[in-house]
Write a protein that binds this ligand. Structure first.
Ligand code: PMP
Length: 305
């Protein structure tokens, strides 16, 4: 994978090779950081790079900061402007991934959130497909449980919590699956290792509610709106039982990295007809049109660099 060209680091834009922290950094030792992740899509015809919903991503990022007592003067607007400035400097002409990271920067021993220096960095790098079989993924049910709101809030994108996601992903990959679905303590399906989930039952699009220990995904929200507005579907937020996954008509995962990844098998059982269904197929296509800045109705979701 290509390294980033530049980074916003300690208040300015520097070559990526100069954006370095010491090994005693608090966040590296204790996971006391929060991050965001958005994509920039290169539109070859328009010769422009479009960043997808940066204001919404930065609103969630600042909420994650709030949960972890990371304090900055920034607003979603100021962070978006910083990002666009960085991207103008980078001048990528290809699809990219953008990573803002806020972290406890002191090089000290001692677990806490208070009385520590907060730092912010943003960098971007070329990025393509994330899940290889994104039209025919084979998923499993993870033996790991999703973290609870009263352990590490799943609503925040908190670095330390991604140790859980890493266990989930690696165990699934080593067992030969593309991704895993994770249950919460009640046994309801929450999401994948780093993506939200949707199933179709009786033509209704269903996704777990934000109170079921999921990340409040920006792609999730976008897909819900596109499904309602463009496909006229009924969209429900309600808990999902494990066994509903075995009997649903369609299943797909959404996220900045995963985009719309369609699952066609769960633990060696076919989902629906065992191939990509019509709703997932249409949403995949619509989503790509929108993120590339090719759908005027949703142009307000894209920030042009
Ligand atoms: N859940 C988790 C745990 C994630 O890490 C992500 C990726 N950010 C998502 C869901 C999807 O969120 P988004 O659509 O905002 O990228």
């Amino acid at each position: 994978m290509d390294l980033p060209k530049n980074a916003y680091f300690q208040g300015g834009i520097v070559p990526y090779s100069e954006a370095k922290v010491g090994v005693a950094t608090h966040a590296l030792n204790y996971g006391t950081a929060v991050f965001g992740g958005m994509r920039g899509y290169w539109n070859e015809e328009k010769k422009r790079l479009f960043v997808f919903r940066p204001l919404d991503h930065f609103r969630r990022f600042l909420n994650s900061c709030r949960i972890m007592s990371l304090e900055f003067d920034h607003t979603p607007d100021s962070l978006t402007n910083l990002t666009l400035e960085l991207l103008r400097r980078d001048a990528y002409q290809q699809d990219i991934y953008i990573r803002p990271l806020a972290y406890k920067a002191d090089e000290v021993i001692g677990v806490r959130l208070h009385d520590l220096k907060d730092e912010l960095t943003i960098f971007a790098m070329p990025f393509g497909q994330y899940v290889k079989n994104d039209t025919c993924a084979h998923v499993t049910i993870s033996s790991w449980r999703r973290i609870d709101d009263n352990m590490i809030p799943a609503r925040g994108k908190i670095s330390g919590a991604y140790a859980g996601s890493a266990l989930i992903k690696t165990d699934a990959a080593r067992a030969g699956f593309d991704e895993a679905l994770v249950l919460n303590q009640e046994g309801h399906v929450t999401e994948g290792s780093a993506m939200n989930i949707f199933m179709v039952r009786d033509g209704v699009l269903i996704t777990p509610p934000v109170t079921d220990n999921i990340l409040e995904g920006i792609t999730r929200r976008s897909i819900m709106e596109l499904a309602k507005q463009e496909l006229g579907l009924t969209v429900l937020e309600r808990p999902i039982d494990r066994s509903e996954i075995y009997v649903c008509e369609e299943l797909f995962l959404t996220g900045t990295a995963a985009q719309v990844t369609v699952a066609t098998q769960v633990d060696h059982r076919p989902i629906g007809k065992g191939e990509m269904g019509p709703i997932a197929g249409q949403l995949r296509q619509l989503f790509q049109e929108v993120v590339h800045g090719n759908n005027p109705k949703y142009a307000h979701w894209n920030a042009a660099v």
